[in-house]
Design a protein around this ligand. Structure first.
Ligand code: SAM
Length: 176
C-alpha cells in the first residue's frame, strides 16, 4: 500500500542541493527527522506546545543537532528564514492523538506558501500532504498551485481507487 508521507520524503530527497530545509508543520518529529537526515540545516515550525515537545524529544532521542525548533505559525516563517531555502514540507491537518481543533488553516497555509515560493531556490522542492477531511483547504490549495507560473513544475499525486485517500502536491522551481 502506498504511504503518502513516505512518498513525500522520496520526492524531497530528489533535490540535489539540500542546504536549508523547513518543516512548516512540525508534529511528532517524523518529517523533521527526515529533513535532518538529508539537509545541512533544518528549521521546524509548530504552533502547539505538544508538537514542540514531541519534536524536540524525537531530535534528542536520535542525537540530531542540525535542527532549530520554533514555536510560530508557518505564515510568519520568513521572520526567521528570510533567505533562499531548498526544501519545505507542509503536512496538513491536526496532530494525531491531540486536539483536532488545532489544525492547519487554508488561508494561513496560502500566506505561507506564497512567501515560501518566492524564497525557494532553483531546483528546490516544496511538498504539501493534504488529507481530505477539510475540503475547503483541499480546494483552495489545489486551485492556488494550479495557477503558478512556468518557473514551477507542479505535480499532484493521489491514489485514485481508494476513497478519500490523502494526496500530495509537489512544487519544484525550475528557473528564477
Ligand atoms: C499532520 S500534523 C504534522 C505531522 C508532522 N509533520 C509529523 O511529522 O509528525 C499537522 C501539524 O500542523 C500544526 N499546525 C497547524 N497550524 C499550524 C501553523 N499555522 N503553523 C505551524 N504549524 C501548524 C499542528 O499543530 C500539527 O502539529
Amino acid at each position: 500500500m502506498i504511504n503518502i508521507v513516505e512518498l513525500s520524503h522520496k520526492i524531497l530527497s530528489q533535490c540535489e542541493h539540500s542546504n536549508t530545509a523547513i518543516d512548516m508543520t512540525a508534529g511528532k518529529g517524523n518529517d523533521t527527522l527526515f529533513l535532518a537526515s538529508i539537509a545541512n540545516t533544518v528549521i521546524a515550525f509548530a504552533i502547539q506546545e505538544a508538537a514542540i515537545l514531541a519534536t524536540k524529544q524525537a531530535l534528542e532521542k536520535n542525537h540530531i543537532s542540525n535542527v532549530t525548533v520554533i514555536q510560530e505559525s508557518h505564515d510568519l516563517f520568513d521572520i526567521y528564514v528570510n533567505r533562499e531555502f531548498d526544501l519545505a514540507i507542509y503536512n496538513l491537518g491536526y496532530l494525531p492523538g491531540s486536539d483536532k481543533e488545532i489544525k492547519t488553516d487554508a488561508k494561513t497555509v496560502l500566506r505561507s506558501l506564497e512567501k515560501a515560493l518566492s524564497l525557494l531556490s532553483v531546483g528546490g522542492i516544496i511538498v504539501i500532504v493534504i488529507y481530505l477531511h477539510d475540503h475547503i483547504e483541499d480546494l483552495l490549495i489545489t486551485d492556488y498551485v494550479s495557477q503558478l507560473g512556468p518557473e514551477f513544475d507542479v505535480l499532484k499525486l493521489q491514489v485514485l481507487n481508494k476513497k478519500d485517500s490523502p494526496y500530495l502536491i509537489s512544487i519544484t522551481r525550475t528557473k528564477k
